[in-house]
Design a protein. Structure first.
Length: 164
C-alpha cells in the first residue's frame, strides 16, 4: 500500500529549495512505498516539477481554495506543513489528515532580534526535517538538490567565476 504525503510550502524560491533534502530523505527513508505531493503557489511550480522524488505538484494562483477539490481527491495519509500559517492551517483542517507542523521558533527569534536574548535556533532545513521526526527521517548529509528541465540546455560562458 502506498502512503500519500502532502508537503505544504507555498512560496519563496529559497525556502522551497531548502525543502529539497527533505524530499530525498522521505523518499529514501520512508518505511514502505511513499508518494510525495507538494502544494505551492503557481509561480513556483517550475522549482519542483522536475524533481523525480515528487509525484505531483498542486498549485494555486490567488487562493488555496482553488485546489481544495483536487487535494481532497488524493486522500492524503499525512500532511507536513512547512509553511505554518493561517492558510496552511485551513488546508489541514479541510483535508482532515494526520498533520505535522513546522515550529517556526517565532518567540525565540523575537527575543533574539528585539531584546538581544540569544536562543538556540536550529537551521530551517533541520526544522523542516523535524516535522517528520515521528517517522525516523534522519539527516543523510547529502545536502540540497535542484532539478531543472532536462531538455533545456544552458550555455555557461567561461569566466573566472560562476554564480547560480
Amino acid at each position: 500500500m502506498v502512503t500519500k504525503v502532502l508537503i505544504i510550502r507555498f512560496s519563496s524560491i529559497g525556502d522551497i529549495v531548502l525543502t529539497s533534502s527533505l524530499m530525498r530523505q522521505i523518499k529514501e527513508q520512508w518505511i514502505g512505498e511513499v508518494e510525495i505531493h507538494y502544494l505551492v503557489k503557481s509561480k513556483f511550480v517550475d522549482l519542483l516539477k522536475f524533481n523525480p522524488r515528487i509525484h505531483s505538484v498542486h498549485s494555486f494562483e490567488k487562493s488555496v481554495t482553488e485546489c481544495y477539490s483536487a487535494l481532497e481527491q488524493e486522500s492524503f495519509d499525512h500532511i507536513f506543513d512547512l509553511q505554518s500559517n493561517l492558510r496552511s492551517s485551513l488546508v489541514k483542517k479541510r483535508l482532515k489528515s494526520l498533520s505535522f507542523t513546522l515550529d517556526k521558533k517565532n518567540w525565540d527569534k523575537f527575543l533574539w532580534v528585539k531584546l538581544g536574548v540569544k536562543r538556540k535556533i536550529s537551521h530551517i532545513v533541520d526544522r523542516y526535517r523535524m516535522t517528520c521526526h515521528a517517522f525516523n527521517i534522519l539527516e543523510d548529509g547529502e545536502g540540497l538538490e535542484f532539478y531543472g528541465n532536462p531538455d533545456e540546455v544552458i550555455e555557461v560562458p567561461i569566466v573566472p567565476y560562476i554564480a547560480v
